[in-house]
Design a protein around this ligand. Structure first.
Ligand code: SF4
Length: 260
């Protein structure tokens, strides 16, 4: 059974043709600035996930916020520098050093703050070291979930595991008082996948824009649209039907050359 990626369903809501190129014709999107930036961002989130245990277990009894935050900052800065080195050629090719520094630098700062703030609450309750790691709410980044029941899969930017499970999708744009249906569908799909994985109900998730974090209700109407679009994609794959062209976001599309 072919699982449909949640991000492809979200893309389908904007441009079905793009999903046709990818899933029916098996074409690869031409690498562009946005794709490279997205890869670096995803890699950064994945890597900070890997050091969470080590940092938390290294926190000492009664350690203060500033000291805890410094631990997160130091690790994250190292990860960031290494990633910039790994992607040096691509960063130079697309001239995105400033964007990488600003946008991933901001994510780095915010992630260190939120994790240090969360940790210090438990340090103040007397937890530290290994025990601290056990009790502190977890943040899973770049977390992949597959569901054969839903027929979907997805890699979630961030999930907060506490009494409730909360998915986050990090966007690379300003809020501008506007949320697109595709963005709502994406967080809805991730919430549905997380519900299956963690056997719970999820009523909301968050879209984290550059300047604002917005709570999105996972309404039944949204779930239905998502499932309907998923079925349309499955039908398109089965019948190999080419959708109509919509003139949308074409300039930044990696299929622009073959779609002209
Ligand atoms: S170039 Fe435009 S119409 Fe063609 S696949 Fe990309 S977004 Fe869709």
């Amino acid at each position: 059974m072919k699982l449909i990626n949640v991000s492809d369903i979200a893309t389908y809501a904007i441009c079905p043709l793009k999903v046709y190129y990818k899933l029916v014709l098996g074409k690869k999107e031409r690498i562009n600035e946005n794709i490279v930036f997205g890869r670096i961002k995803h890699k950064f989130m994945e890597k900070i996930n890997e050091v969470e245990k080590e940092i938390l277990e290294g926190i000492k009894k009664d350690e203060i916020y500033e000291s805890i935050k410094r631990k997160f900052d130091e690790k994250y800065s190292l990860i960031f520098q290494n990633l910039k080195q790994d992607y040096k050629k691509e960063i130079e090719k697309f001239n995105i050093e400033k964007r990488v520094d600003e946008e991933i630098g901001k994510i780095k700062k915010e992630e260190a703050e939120i994790r240090a703030k969360t940790a210090v609450k438990f340090v103040n309750l007397g937890f530290y070291g290994k025990e601290l790691y056990e009790v502190v709410p977890k943040f899973l980044c770049e977390y992949e979930i597959k569901s054969f029941v839903l027929g979907m899969k997805g890699r979630i930017d961030k999930i907060r595991i506490d009494k409730e499970i909360t998915p986050y999708e990090i966007k690379s744009r300003m809020y501008n008082n506007k949320i697109w249906l595709s963005e709502k569908l994406q967080i809805c799909g991730y919430a549905m996948l997380a519900e299956r994985k963690f056997k719970t109900n999820i009523d909301y998730g968050f879209l984290k824009f550059k300047d604002k974090t917005v709570k999105i209700e996972i309404k039944n109407s949204l779930r239905e649209i998502l499932i309907d679009l998923k079925k349309e994609i499955e039908k398109m794959i089965k019948n190999k039907t080419k959708p109509e062209k919509k003139e949308v976001a074409c300039k930044s599309c990696g299929f622009y050359e073959i779609c002209k």
